[in-house]
Design a protein around this ligand. Structure first.
Ligand code: MEV
Length: 292
């Protein structure tokens, strides 16, 4: 039996617009992991206590096997500390961990770029029209600046940045959120393209702020990105409430992260506000701190 794991992820800036060729910045969450164990079997069998729709996973695994040119008769066991359907990349982590485990069982060694390419095949099934940012950051396990079909840029992020990730507990489907934005884009191309242009500017400014360690600016840019995501209709009451609570606790900025329509809120706090904010938010929500 071969076991491999993959990390979670958080999108800092640029979700959704990245599907339309705009840039996004994403970071790995290395302490949350998806573990996939693979062994030969007479038929393809999936054992998982975390995912409900195992047929959907089977389709993704078959796709990975096709890419790696191996028979898909495996017994696959999936364990995860990444929360499912909450914007932390559980499906992409599954694609990446399964790619690494199946390749290893075949005796093939893949570098991170090869893992990214293979895992995209199943990620695209899971998400339907995925930009590829999730499986890219999870394959690379480092902060990235990502544009679809372009070379991945690894970012030197300021090391003491702490991102507070707050789970709204509203489960969201990335495929549904992407489809909702696609519908909006179809109905009003000009307006939605202008929102995407704004997001692009925000992401490009954030790249510099991240490298310079300008946390206040990173917060301002989160607020700007959130305004754009709201215009795209991706906020729900619960995430808006969390963002308002972060603001009351003195954050530099806060936004939804990932697909939206629920899922996670991310926020950055000044050092002197961080501990209090973490403890206040933890009283009501599941909070994860992502350190780069
Ligand atoms: C999901 O984590 C990010 C989205 O932009 C979808 C994608 O990029 O495939 C919403």
């Amino acid at each position: 039996m071969i076991t491999e794991s993959a990390c979670g992820k958080v999108i800092l800036y640029g979700e959704h617009a990245v599907v339309y060729g705009k840039p996004a910045i994403a970071v790995p969450v290395k302490n949350l992991r998806m573990e996939v164990s693979v062994e030969k079997s007479a038929t393809l069998q999936i054992k998982s206590e975390c995912f409900e729709n195992l047929d959907w996973i089977k389709t993704g695994i078959v796709k990975i096997c096709d890419e790696l040119d191996v028979d898909s008769n495996f017994s696959i066991t999936i364990k995860s500390t990444i929360p499912i359907a909450s914007g932390m990349g559980s499906s992409a982590a599954l694609s990446v961990a399964a790619t690494k485990a199946i390749a290893k069982l075949k005796g093939v060694s893949l570098d991170k770029e090869a893992v990214r390419k293979v895992s995209y095949a199943s990620e695209n099934i899971f998400h339907g029209g995925a930009s590829g940012v999730d499986n890219a950051v999870i394959s690379y396990e480092c902060p990235i600046y990502y544009i679809k079909h372009e070379e991945i840029e690894e970012l030197e992020a300021a090391l003491d940045l702490k991102i507070v990730v707050i789970d709204s507990k509203v489960r969201s489907s990335t495929a549904n959120a992407v489809a909702a934005v696609r519908q909006k884009h179809k109905e009003n191309k000009e307006k939605v393209n202008a929102i995407f242009d704004d997001i692009e500017n925000t992401v490009n400014s954030a790249k510099f702020a991240l490298e310079a360690g300008d946390f206040e600016e990173l917060g301002n840019l989160m607020n700007l990105n959130q305004d754009a995501l709201e215009l795209l209709g991706l906020s729900v009451l619960e995430t808006t409430q969390i963002i308002n609570e972060c603001k009351k606790l003195g954050c530099f900025g806060a936004k939804i992260s990932g697909a939206g329509l629920g899922g996670n809120v991310i926020s950055i706090f000044p050092d002197d506000k961080f501990e209090n904010a973490k403890s206040e938010l933890s009283k009501k929500y599941n909070v994860v701190i992502v350190k780069l």
